[in-house]
Design a binder for this molecule. Structure first.
Ligand SMILES: Cc1ncc(COP(=O)(O)O)c(C=O)c1O
Length: 379
């Protein structure tokens, strides 16, 4: 095997997808309720996205950021409109790079000495050195010490700890996920994000929201922060933006974005026409289908079905970003048994499974997934 040993052994090899279905090398079909970790929000091989990619590939794949192109700026307009307007966008290629941009922007905006970023324990912000440092999972830090300095962590939902950590002299930004995805689909207490916003306002600190997993309809609103009625200064996106095409974005209020001047930041592939064409088509379908409303409705059906299953203690999350806490079985065993029976989910913590299906998932597919899960829970 010529691949590096950084991922656990992969139990199945997929070769094809369509909508909520995947097929492996042996032709076995699966129902995909993980969506490539909240990436394929319109399902696999969506025809509008596939056509857009094919057409763009025949037109113009790439130039470089020394020159203008037309597709990326169109996507930026759409994202800015969805985010409430008045902002500017930097295109990256992944979630980690979108966050890396946010962290650099915060440092530039803060100026000398005001560079620290406060995030939460249990968070996940990426695997580059800076985003790993922002990630609130000390075990993931250990093998890579020393990490870049200037990162502090507080417990999710603990406003007193946040109050103590946000020292306006050194802290440039707070970086949080509206719902912690990789950390276990952890929803902070109602009102906490608003309190964090208030602290940031009082102390001239940026509120930066990592919406890489929660953004673009997944939680039943276009963005996770809309459930809490707060207005962030910076928002990062990736995963669902290209429906599988690698693209990330960092949005910032114009006055914050103005901290960057030419030469401060960049990336070869960011915003190139191919990835941007996928994002343009993805966003068009998302708006036409009103994916936040679909996620709310489908999520309610999934929560009801999960809650009724013996072996499920509780269900958490919002829209179609859900975790089911299990009563006794290890989540790895349940995810493995589900995979054997043709259902793709993942063990997000040792005791909870995560479900993040396509936002276009049908009622029949939800019912089918629930009955496979029932078998997996009872074997
Ligand atoms: C909230 C959040 N931020 C950042 C990332 C990192 O994104 P990427 O893997 O595209 O670098 C992830 C990935 O799971 C994520 O869930």
């Amino acid at each position: 095997m010529t691949l590096m040993n950084n991922y656990p052994p992969q139990p199945v090899t997929f070769v094809r997808g369509e909508g909520s279905r995947l097929w492996d090398v042996d032709g076995k079909a699966y129902l995909d309720f993980l969506g490539g970790l909240a990436v394929t929000s319109l399902g696999h091989a969506h025809p509008a996205v596939a056509d857009a990619i094919a057409e763009q590939a025949r037109t113009l794949l790439h130039v470089c950021n020394l020159y203008g192109t037309t597709v990326g700026p169109e996507v930026a307009e759409t994202l800015d409109r969805l985010l409430g307007g008045g902002g500017r966008i930097f295109f990256a290629n992944s979630g980690a790079e979108a966050n890396e941009c946010a962290i650099k922007l915060a440092r530039k905006w803060g100026g000398p000495g005001k560079y620290a970023v406060v995030s939460t324990y249990g968070s996940f912000h990426g695997r580059t050195l800076a985003t790993l440092a922002a990630t609130g999972q000390p075990a993931k830090h250990e093998p890579f010490q020393p990490l870049p300095e200037g990162f502090r962590h507080v417990a999710l939902g603990d406003i007193d700890a946040m109050d103590a950590a946000v020292d306006s002299k050194v802290v440039a930004a707070v970086l949080v996920e509206p719902i912690q995805g990789e950390g276990g689909v952890n929803v902070p207490p109602k009102g906490w994000l608003g309190e964090v916003r208030r602290l940031c306002d009082e102390r001239d600190v940026l509120l930066m929201l990592d919406e890489v997993q929660t953004g673009l309809g997944r939680t039943g609103e276009w963005f996770g922060f809309q459930h809490e009625g707060v207005q962030p200064d910076v928002v990062t996106l990736a995963k669902a933006l290209g429906n599988g095409m690698p693209i990330g974005a960092c949005w910032a209020r114009a006055e914050v974005a103005d901290a960057f001047v030419p030469g401060d930041h960049g990336t070869t592939f960011g915003g190139q026409p191919l990835a941007a064409a996928a994002a343009r088509a993805t966003l068009a379908v998302m708006e036409a289908e009103d994916v936040p409303a679909r996620a709310t409705r489908a999520g309610a059906r999934l929560v009801e079905g999960l809650t009724a299953r013996p072996g499920v203690a509780s269900v958490r999350g919002r829209g179609l970003l859900l975790a089911a806490e299990l009563t006794d079985k290890p989540s790895k065993d349940v995810a493995g048994a589900a995979l054997d029976r043709g259902l793709v989910i993942n063990a997000v913590t040792p005791t909870a499974i995560r479900l993040a299906p396509s936002l276009l998932v049908t009622d029949d597919e939800i019912d089918e997934a629930l009955s496979v899960l029932q078998e997996a829970l009872s074997c």
